[in-house]
Write a protein that binds this ligand. Structure first.
Ligand code: HEC
Ligand code: HEC
Length: 298
């Protein structure tokens, strides 16, 4: 199920669950007990977002109503609808999250989880929950955190610094293109960013399910947000639990913006970056090396 707009995605997501529940003989899922691992410490596990303070007790009710069908009563991603879904619902007991402002391997901030729940995940069955009030969404953040003991043992990582965006110039785009070659993004994402690189068909996520690299030619809606800063964060934090790594150790902050600007040329819709690149490419056709194995594209 791929949705174009947040609101639509919420309603289709709910419809999806309702339809499955109604059509299934064991639609008594609503009676399952939700089993956060931290019941005794429940009162300590709140969530603090810029929007509201979240508490587990109220989170459990909302979770039971809207989330349990996919994420399961134990939060392990084994809800009764999970079998029909690809990619699979997140297993909250592992506390491994794709969309974070924090370095790879660390826990996300409450705000990160709040944003993910609000935004929903494109190219997946995870709906946007924007129609729920900020309080309910904050309660859900607390609930999501209750399923893994990691939240009591560790603190969230420190969000990475995102430097001010550099100007969009052809030099920046060209340098970004070099990085796309040098960092071997193309091996997974493909030379034209279509998600069809030589490694693409072999990739699996941390649960051993096949996973596809993002296809930039299919649009500009990303799982972890749509802005240039969101793109910057994607490759500087990595999408944990997937083969999409963090490049924070090898890409300098000022270079990261060049890569963002190049990624914008791979989209089908017109962007300033794409215009600059098209003009340049038309004038320098004979000299442009294609991206790919051993060509050393420049
Ligand atoms: C129709 C099934 C479905 C429902 C209902 C659903 N989810 Fe999800 N959820 C998913 C799937 C599938 C993913 C994984 C998406 C991906 O990896 O691209 C996911 C991922 C997530 C993540 C992971 C974010 C990250 O950065 O990795 C969170 C948090 C989450 N869901 C919270 C919720 C909450 C809270 C609810 C209830 C309000 C909910 N989900 C309801 C299917 C669902
Ligand atoms: C080993 C394979 C691999 C390499 C190398 C790789 N990626 Fe990815 N990338 C992935 C996969 C797989 C996904 C999809 C993750 C998902 O949908 O959960 C992805 C997703 C993305 C996304 C979209 C994230 C979102 O929010 O939806 C961006 C942007 C991205 N990659 C940029 C890059 C850049 C830039 C490089 C090089 C610096 C790179 N990738 C290198 C495998 C790779």
């Amino acid at each position: 199920m791929r949705m174009k707009y947040a609101a639509v995605s919420f309603f289709s997501g709910v419809a999806f669950v309702v339809v499955l529940a109604a059509g299934s003989p064991c639609s008594a899922q609503i009676d399952h007990n939700i089993t956060p691992v931290t019941t005794t410490a429940a009162s300590k596990i709140g969530s603090m977002t810029g929007h509201a303070y979240g508490v587990i007790d109220s989170g459990a009710q909302v979770y039971r109503r809207y989330c349990v069908g996919c994420h399961g009563p134990a939060g392990d991603g084994n809800g009764e609808n999970a079998q029909w879904i690809d990619p699979k619902p997140r297993d909250f007991t592992a506390a491994t999250f794709k969309c974070r402002s924090t370095p790879t391997g660390t826990l996300p901030t409450d705000e990160d989880l709040y944003d993910s729940i609000t935004r929903g995940f494109v190219n997946s069955n995870m709906p946007s929950w924007r129609p729920l009030t900020p309080e309910l969404r904050a309660n859900l953040v607390a609930m999501v955190k209750s399923f893994s003991p990691r939240w009591q043992a560790e603190k969230p990582g420190t969000p990475i610094q995102i430097t001010a965006e550099t100007p969009v110039t052809i030099e920046s785009v060209l340098h970004g293109r070099e990085l796309f070659q040098k960092m071997e993004c193309w091996k997974c994402h493909g030379p034209a960013g279509k998600g069809d690189g030589p490694s693409a068909s072999t990739l699996t996520d941390s649960q051993n399910n096949p996973i596809k690299p993002f296809n930039f030619a299919a649009g500009d809606r990303f799982k972890c947000g749509v802005t240039n800063s969101d793109l910057y964060r994607d490759f500087m934090t990595g999408l944990d639990g997937t083969p999409m790594p963090s490049f924070a150790d090898v890409i300098k902050p000022e270079e990261a913006w060049d890569l963002v600007h190049f990624l914008r040329t791979l989209q089908p819709m017109d962007t300033k970056e794409r215009e600059l690149w098209k003009t340049y490419a038309a004038a320098h056709k004979a000299y442009i090396k294609p991206i790919g194995p051993d060509t050393g594209a420049q």
